[in-house]
Design a protein around this ligand. Structure first.
Ligand SMILES: [Zn+2]
Length: 377
């Protein structure tokens, strides 16, 4: 099983540690204790920013404020959800939250997604998923490509300010105890139709966040056309069922920023067939990267859930298999405090240069990146 290595060798320090990019997607550091077991993890401690090996990193960004002059007020952070959110819910069909479950009473007619039998933990430093401790597959691992985690993407002050600005606008009730704010075109995914409607762009406070994304190689040229703020809280039993994001309108990379609290993204895949596992040698993850290992065990894909820990203030990018094959979910038990997830989506090729709908795509991009938006109704 993954063994903890000695202290990390300090890397080059940037002038402004809170604003310098920190990336962890390549073989770089040993898994941190806090990541083990997913459920038991604590909020990631601040870590020094250092470039990942082999990745060209830009110079530390100049210290920008999301909105100069508003930081003090923002410091008083909006960590508490307004009380009215506990009276109503926005659930439909099979979805439920704690509010409507209490109102319905009696035997639960609702079903929570069944627990997957085999739990693996994703380690961002290696890109591998490793069998959870004390499970049948403890110490067994498989590569899990398509997840990039950037820790400390925003500072505490920026986080507080963003949430405070969001809370000035109304939140709409959504399914499974979530609330949301959308900045994007009105979309009918079933009919594959979209309208600009009252979309006036992403909010002004995202300008700096989007600029900063472009400093990371994986997000170079990333131009979001939609932002969705999702508010999760334990009082409402917020969660999100396993799902894949649309691929007709939305492009290759899904980018999500975790604010106010950490959580766990649970990945699962309803596919026939098995995953081949390697025995992670002692000294994991370094040894894993250096030695070619023959897979020597397998597990049915449908029985596997991969836990991707998302620290507070981290940015996660899903692409490839993690975007198109593996569904993602957030379980109720992984929402222990108010958390705001901010998801940014780019356009698919159909709406890009040379695509069938490139003109509409261009119009959307221009509007999105004017950063004059308010949540759409
Ligand atoms: Zn409900």
């Amino acid at each position: 099983m993954a063994r903890r290595r000695g202290p990390r060798v300090p890397g080059p320090q940037h002038g402004n540690p809170t604003l310098a990019p920190a990336i962890a997607s390549v073989q770089e550091v040993a898994p941190r204790e806090s990541v083990r077991g997913g459920d038991r993890r604590k909020e990631a401690s601040p870590r020094s920013s250092r470039p990942a090996r082999g990745l060209p990193l830009p110079a530390a960004p100049a210290a920008p404020h999301l909105r100069p002059g508003r930081r003090d007020a923002a410091m008083a952070a909006a960590a508490v959800a307004p009380p009215e959110v506990l009276r109503e819910c926005g659930c439909k069909g099979i979805r439920t939250c704690l509010i409507c479950e209490r109102q319905r009473g009696g035997d639960p007619p609702w079903q929570h997604p069944s627990q997957k039998t085999h739990r693996f933990i994703y380690y961002p430093d290696t890109g591998w998923a490793v069998g959870a401790e004390e499970s049948d597959f403890e110490g067994w691992a498989f590569p899990f490509p398509g997840v990039t985690l950037i820790e400390d993407f925003v500072t505490r002050e920026e986080e507080a300010e963003m949430v405070q600005l969001m809370d000035r606008d109304p939140w709409k009730l959504s399914q499974s105890g979530r609330r949301k704010q959308d900045y994007g075109p009105k979309v009918n995914f079933r009919k594959q139709k979209l309208k600009m409607a009252d979309f006036r762009g992403l909010p002004s406070f995202s300008r700096e966040v989007v600029r900063r994304m472009g400093l990371y190689p994986i997000l170079e040229d990333f131009q979001p056309v939609e932002q969705c703020n999702l508010d999760y809280c334990p009082e409402r039993g917020s969660a999100i069922d396993p799902h894949l994001d649309d691929a007709w309108l939305w492009g290759e990379r899904l980018v999500s920023l975790s604010l106010l609290a950490p959580t766990v993204l649970s990945m699962s895949r309803e596919a026939p067939g098995s995953l081949l596992l390697c025995l992670a040698p002692s000294g994991f993850p370094e040894a894993l990267a250096d030695s070619a290992m023959a897979p020597s065990r397998s597990v049915p894909c449908q029985e596997v859930e991969v836990a991707v820990p998302l620290p507070r203030r981290s940015l996660v990018v899903l692409s490839g298999g993690a975007r198109h094959q593996w569904k993602h979910a957030i379980h109720r038990r992984h929402v222990r405090a108010r958390r705001v997830g901010v998801t940014f989506r780019e356009l698919s090729a159909e709406f890009g240069p040379g695509g069938k709908q490139q003109e509409l795509g261009q119009e959307l991009l221009q509007m999105a990146l004017s950063f004059q938006g308010r949540p759409t109704t």
